[in-house]
Design a protein around this ligand. Structure first.
Ligand SMILES: Cc1cc2nc3c(=O)[nH]c(=O)nc-3n(C[C@H](O)[C@H](O)[C@H](O)COP(=O)(O)O)c2cc1C
Length: 486
């Protein structure tokens, strides 16, 4: 039987959460009540890279798997971006992952930055900004970035069900997990240089479209992140730290030459650990077992970034700190810290009480997952006060998200608090906190993971349990059939 954990939504209040944190030996500050502006630390503006971010709430990039085959936004995409604008958060970190080239799309419905999509992406940004203006009367302090990506190992550009992996190296565990044969070609240095040009071109376009910054995505197992662990790769992009970060450095050099006024940010998986799988001894056709790590025998030293390579269930932030030093040297001070990957260790990346269909029952109280990311971020923030750091993995805190968010910002553990899944169920949570100091409990994300299960099964993402728009959709019926195994 999978272990069960206390449900946050059933807790009687902050004292019970604090007691649970103490029981788990987790250190996490949590205020007694939600503070409205101006008393809330989350209402404070922040200056970074010559930009003024109007408050400390950030909307994380949240993809909807709802673009057209040619990479254009649809009405679903526009609706989501408008809701980001109405949230009250003043930092919009990237909107969602946008591929810099077709073969790097994570799914056939991922947005693409190309000549034929540029005007539509400008409209998407404008829709977000005007929704913000309609709701708040102005767009002062609103900063909007665009997340640029190449999905590398996790590319599925043509068919939802067909992985077309573009790999930086053969991985001792992930190749087998995702069916990549030993003779599958590895991306050449020449190909990577071509991709660098694509990033630079995309960034230049983003600048022309009015985005305040681009995020050069280095997280979640996608190409930029995979290159950071290319310890065994030959050539210019593998081996030494210098080579493993060459992709980033060359993209940055190109952007500085072509769009010198464009700000750059980086979203980074600060640590990564072994892949997890449902315990086969506790799984059957109808039930996912609790997550257990895939045995690392024969895979040591294990190739992951921010991990003790000889003990790959332990975090090691030495190289992560070196990476943040490099960002400083590159004059990049917008940093968003995440962890792991949704494809092989989702409990690290997006702690949830109910797993997605390709996941496993939680191997730990998901609070442990939240605090693991928050503490790693705290450690890095203490070492790099010069970076404006966005923290991740707050949605599972549910009713207590604002009280924790304001406490960690006050204590200087992080500069901005990012919300991911919560923005799908309850987009204006930041505004409710800042204006009223109150939450609408009916809209709190309970981490059912339908927003991940849906796209894993070819459907659009969205909050199927709580957002009426998705709740009433035809796709919800299909999602329910999938969940029943039909
Ligand atoms: C449906 C869905 C879509 C996501 N899309 C992106 C994305 O496009 N880019 C990205 O960097 N992270 C993406 N993420 C990860 C989130 O930004 C965030 O890191 C994660 O959900 C954990 O934060 P939370 O606890 O607030 O949900 C996505 C997550 C979900 C559930």
């Amino acid at each position: 039987m999978a272990e069960t954990f206390p449900l946050i939504g059933r807790m009687s209040g902050v004292p019970e959460l604090r007691a649970r944190l103490a029981e788990l030996s987790l250190e996490l500050p949590c205020d007694e009540s939600i503070l409205a502006a101006p008393a809330s630390p989350l209402a404070e503006p922040l200056e970074v890279a010559g930009l003024t971010i109007g408050n400390r709430w950030c909307i994380q990039p949240m993809e909807g798997w709802d673009g057209t085959k040619s990479g254009l936004p649809t009405e679903h995409t526009v609706r989501r971006w408008r809701r980001f604008g109405q949230s009250g958060a003043k930092l919009i970190w990237g909107g969602e992952a946008v591929a810099v080239r077709h073969d790097g799309r994570a799914n056939p419905n991922q947005l693409l930055l190309a000549e034929w999509t540029a005007a539509a992406l400008a409209d998407l940004r404008a829709a977000l900004v005007s929704a913000h203006r309609e709701r708040f009367g102005n767009d002062d302090g609103l900063v909007v970035g665009l997340q640029l990506t190449h999905s590398g190992r996790f590319s599925r550009p043509n068919e939802k069900s067909r992985l077309e992996p573009l790999i930086a190296y053969h991985h001792p565990l992930l190749d087998a997990r995702f069916g990549i044969p030993p003779d599958h070609p590895v991306l050449s240095d020449v190909q990577l240089r071509g991709y660098i040009d694509d990033y630079v071109k995309a960034a230049e376009t983003a600048w022309n479209l009015g985005f305040d910054f681009v995020d050069l995505k280095h997280c979640h197992g996608y190409l930029g992140h995979e290159l950071l662990s290319a310890y065994e790769r030959d050539g210019d992009f593998g081996g030494s730290f210098e080579n493993r970060t060459r992709f980033l450095r060359e993209i940055v050099a190109g952007i500085r030459a072509e769009a010198p006024n464009l700000r750059i940010g980086v979203r980074l998986s600060a640590f990564d650990l072994l892949p997890f799988q449902p315990d086969p001894a506790q799984s059957d056709g109808t039930r996912l077992g609790p997550g257990i790590p895939v045995p690392a025998d024969g895979a040591l030293p294990y190739p992951a970034f921010g991990c003790d390579r000889l003990d790959p269930l332990a975090i090691d932030l030495k190289e992560t700190a070196r990476f943040l030093e490099l960002l400083d040297a590159l004059d990049i001070h917008l940093v968003n810290l995440s962890a792991g990957s949704p494809y092989y260790n989702p409990h690290l990346q997006r702690p949830a009480i109910y797993p997605p269909s390709d996941g496993y029952q939680p191997p730990e109280d998901p609070l442990v997952g939240c605090v693991r990311q928050i503490q790693a971020t705290r450690e890095l923030k203490a070492r790099f006060p010069q970076h404006a750091i966005v923290g991740t993995a707050y949605s599972y805190l549910q009713d207590y998200l604002p009280q924790v968010a304001q406490a960690v910002v006050r204590e200087g553990w992080v500069d901005l608090v990012g919300i991911g899944r919560m923005v799908l169920s309850y987009p204006d949570l930041p505004a409710d906190c800042l204006e009223r100091g109150e939450l609408d409990k009916k809209r709190i994300c309970r981490t059912f993971s339908d927003c991940t299960t849906a796209p894993r099964n070819g459907l659009r993402s969205g909050c199927y349990p709580l957002d009426e728009f998705y709740k009433r959709s035809e796709e919800r019926r299909r999602l329910q059939q999938v969940k029943r195994g039909e």
